[in-house]
Design a protein around this ligand. Structure first.
Ligand code: ZN
Length: 166
C-alpha cells in the first residue's frame, strides 16, 4: 500500500472554511459536498494550492493567504465610472450586477455595479476579496489520480471523475 500525497495532476477533495481578516466566515463547504479540484492547474487560489502540496488524506491545516497569493491587491484604478449609454440596451442595470469588460490592454475584467447615479454607472473591477488576508481551515478528504479527460480539460470532474459539466 502506498501513501498518497497531493502533487500535480492529482484530483483532491477538501472540506474548507474560509474566513476574512475579522474572523467572519466568508464561505464554507460544511454541509455540502467537498470541493474537488485538479491540483496544479490554478483551479483554486495559488496560496492554498501551494500549501496543500505533500499533504495526505485526513490531514487538517490552517492556511493564511496573503492578497498576492489570493485575489490580488486592491486596485483603486479599477473603480470606474461608465456612462449608462455605453451598456447594451438589453443589459439590466442594477446594483450588484456582474458583467465583463475589456481593459484598454484587451484584458477581460469581471466587474460589478456598485451604484448608479443618474446617467453614470459606478463599477468596481476588483474581486470582492481583493486586498484581504484570507484564512482557510482545510481538511483533505480524498486524493485520486486524474482521468485523461480531466487532464485534458484542466479541471476535476467531481468525486470519481464522472461528473457531468457544460
Ligand atoms: Zn471538463
Amino acid at each position: 500500500m502506498s501513501v498518497e500525497q497531493i502533487g500535480e495532476d492529482w484530483v483532491v477533495g477538501i472540506h474548507y472554511t474560509l474566513k476574512g481578516e475579522d474572523g467572519e466566515v466568508i464561505d464554507s463547504s460544511n454541509g455540502e459536498d467537498p470541493l474537488y479540484f485538479l491540483q496544479g492547474r490554478g483551479q483554486i487560489i495559488n496560496g492554498l494550492e501551494r500549501a496543500l502540496v505533500g499533504k495526505g488524506i485526513g490531514e487538517k491545516l490552517t492556511v493564511k493567504v496573503q492578497p498576492e497569493d489570493g485575489y490580488g491587491e486592491y486596485n483603486p484604478a479599477l473603480e470606474l465610472t461608465i456612462p449608462r449609454n455605453e451598456f447594451p440596451a438589453e443589459f439590466e442595470l442594477e446594483e450588484g450586477s456582474i458583467f465583463e469588460l475589456s481593459s484598454d490592454e484587451g484584458e477581460s475584467i469581471i466587474a460589478r455595479i456598485v451604484f448608479i447615479d443618474g446617467e453614470t454607472v459606478h463599477v468596481n473591477g476588483n474581486h470582492p476579496l481583493a486586498g484581504e488576508i484570507l484564512t482557510f481551515d482545510v481538511e483533505v478528504i480524498s486524493i485520486r489520480k486524474a482521468t485523461e479527460a480531466e487532464l485534458e480539460h484542466g479541471h476535476a470532474h467531481g468525486k470519481d471523475g464522472s461528473s457531468h459539466h457544460h
